[in-house]
Design a protein around this ligand. Sequence first.
Ligand code: KG4
Ligand code: ZN
Length: 373
Amino acid sequence: MIVLGIESSCDETAVAVVKNGNELLSNVIFSSMDLHKIYGGIVPEIAARSHIESIIPVLERALWQAFPNQKSKVKKATTTKFRHKTFDPWDLIDAIAVTYGPGLGGSLLVGVMTARTLAITKNKPLYAINHVEGHVYASFLTKTTLKEYKLPKKYPEFPMVSLIVSGGHSQLVLFKNHFKYKLLGQTRDDALGEAFDKVAKIIGLPYPGGPSISKFAELGDADKYQFPKAKLDQKFEFSFSGIKTAVLRVAQQEVGGDFTLPSFKIAKRLSEKQKVDIAASFQKMAIETVVDKTVLAYSEFHPKSVVIAGGVASNQELRHQLSDRLPISIQYIDPKLCTDNGAMIATLGCYKAMNNQPTSNPLTLQIETNLSM
Ligand code: KG4
Ligand code: ZN
């Protein structure tokens, strides 16, 4: 079973080809991040336009990367009289999978309309994928000939607890099996990655904030500031707006105690030492919050595996804290497969196809910007 996956829910235009739900044949990602950097966050219209421009080149590269040996045959064939025998990569694709939500409307539309068109013109079954569920499936990839990826040797076993933490989502989910899962809890306000992005802005670090905060945090004292952990009555829920405000108050305090000082005026007045200490103290406490809940879920449900997914899953502090506190070992995925990619969508598409899950009608599939798990 070979599935082509298309992902375009935010600022990455991504297409990948995956075989049998565990073998990565190709993974091509074009990010419009650089176009958004000067605005300090994603501008939806710019993201949508970039998807329109890049979806076809990304798609073509992903198809050819998946079948490199066939490419030379095409070259040969086009130089001989047997032109009609040229190889078409679509002959080897069994199905198409596409993210239909949640995400930015204009961005999702580009991927979904491309997938619908391809499903009709190439006559392939179409699988609609929930982006957040898709993130988890990056953990099922264990084989590839692509040299730039380091994959775990075995895929996770069920029951499985998954912590999905990215710029748009923070969810803790118990998977009993493929497609049989229970949402244990999610964030009430900001996502964890969003909190990293906002704190980075306060201390003057570039977007996306996660990688910049973790780099700065390496140089800081994580015990310098005591930021609070949200106490919620729902034990598996998260909240990150409180810690974000606490960072703002500490920063205002450090530059003179004027609590009316707007956040954009603070960074210039903070010393490098204050910045690295804020980054380290924030990171330690924000990560501890999600690790506490993951450990709690582990002790309550005794899963055979724990996986982390989403952009924040590449955070080293998260990996260290989890490994220290969980009695089982975790197969961490390549950071390139933590942030948005087509491979995770194609992988979940494979499992849907291999388990006879319902397909979508390519004439009518709609995007769902607020799709939940
Ligand atoms: O999964 P993703 O690419 O997009 C969404 O689906 O949202 O995640 C992007 C998020 C951003 O908020 C970024 O700051 C965060 O993941 N991120 C990190 C790290 N790398 C990316 N957060 C903390 N530490 C990192 N190393
Ligand atoms: Zn994502």
